[in-house]
Design a protein around this ligand. Structure first.
Ligand code: NAD
Length: 337
């Protein structure tokens, strides 16, 4: 049993905790919170609750929420920490992990230098075997990497161009708002996503542009991939269909927008978490040497299976064994439409 500590029980942390709890080879030994809010109260019903910072102890005492200690107390009980703190805070937290000599998984909001390896389960699982510090790449990078990896391992491909339409905020983030605008992000090209894809797929020639849109449900990516051999649309579909972490959806079945994909996900799983890339069947088209496709990405959920696989990788579990188990326990690939 791998004993897992979750430092930062927010959007990603609570989902990683739930996913770990579903595995038979690992367990959650505790989660941390910084504020005694409703999320802390809910967390305490399921897991041992610790504070991420000692200065929060008083807040929890005043709120009458009993805690089991500080993050340092939690680390002593764990074999690995999954750092799910806000962007760039993980790099600060790393100093604590180093002082305890504990392994840690970081998230995509950290710079790649925080870890020895940036991770995507399909693309470079084996690079993380036995490592101490691993960074699971961001939601957009995870989705781009899965699709590009699946295509490049089956076809000869050239340059990839991708436009990323980014949800402005997660549904809970009431402080952020973009009510009537679309913002190029950044205005000067390219966006950082291409560089990030190269942290897990170094030999891919890719350029990306990105825009922030006033929506909270999902990101959407429009991809154009140069083909260096003759490939049919049917070949592409059959290759994408074979990967459980990719779900092909069709407008004929009612998947006309991200709203409909999320409505479908609401019927499937806890918190409507869609762990798969959703690629629109009708968007797959070949024009000359260019393959086009459009995919939707549930940003809050897509990196969760990768975190579970990253835990197994650092403890030396074989790639196929881990991915199969993660897919089975999270029911990934069960809902082919
Ligand atoms: P979040 O704000 O929802 O959650 C972060 C949690 O960390 C909060 O509960 C916060 O109280 C807590 N926290 C604050 N300071 C802390 C500290 N010093 N130590 C430990 N915990 C602390 O953020 P999130 O969306 O879950 O993002 C976490 C990480 O995952 C970021 O690196 C982010 O870039 C990445 N990520 C987010 C998404 C997404 O769509 N939300 C997708 C993929 C990756």
């Amino acid at each position: 049993m791998i004993k897992v500590a979750i430092n930062g029980y927010g959007t990603i942390g609570k989902r990683v905790a739930d996913a770990v709890a579903r595995q038979d080879d690992m367990k959650v030994v505790g989660v941390t919170k910084t504020k005694p809010d409703f999320e802390a109260k809910l967390a305490k019903k399921r897991f041992d609750l610790y504070v991420a910072k000692a200065e929060s102890i008083e807040l929890f005492e005043k709120a009458g929420i009993e805690i089991s200690g500080t993050v340092e107390d939690l680390i002593k009980k764990a074999d690995i920490v999954i750092d799910c703190s806000p962007d760039k805070v993980g790099a600060e937290n790393k100093k604590i992990y180093e002082s305890f000599g504990i392994k840690a998984i970081f998230q995509g909001g950290e710079k790649k230098e925080v870890a020895e390896v940036s991770f995507n389960a399909l693309a470079n699982y084996n690079d993380a075997i036995g490592k101490k510090y691993v960074r699971v790449v961001s939601c957009n990078t995870t989705a781009l990497t899965r699709t590009i990896y699946q295509l490049k391992t089956n076809f000869k491909i050239g340059r990839v161009r991708a436009t990323i339409l980014r949800r402005i905020a997660d549904p809970k983030e009431d402080k952020k708002g973009l009510t009537n605008a679309i913002a190029p992000d950044p205005i000067a090209l390219p966006s950082h996503h291409a560089k990030d894809v190269k942290t897990v797929l170094p030999d891919v020639d890719i350029v990306t542009t990105a825009f922030k849109l006033p929506t909270t449900l999902m990101h959407v990516h429009s991809l154009c991939i140069e083909l260096k051999e003759i490939v049919t649309k049917e070949d592409v579909i059959s290759v994408l269909e074979r990967e459980p972490r990719i779900l092909l959806v069709s407008a004929e079945d009612g998947f006309t927008s991200t709203a409909k994909i999320i409505e479908f996900a609401r019927e499937l799983r806890m918190r409507y978490d869609l762990y798969e890339n959703a690629i629109w069947l009708e968007s797959i088209a070949i024009d000359g040497k260019d393959l086009f496709l459009t995919q939707a990405v549930h940003q809050e959920a897509i990196v969760i299976p990768e975190n579970i696989d990253a835990i197994r990788a650092v403890f030396g579990v074989q790639k196929e064994k881990s991915i199969e188990k993660t897919n089975r326990t999270l029911q990934i690939g069960y809902y082919k439409i």
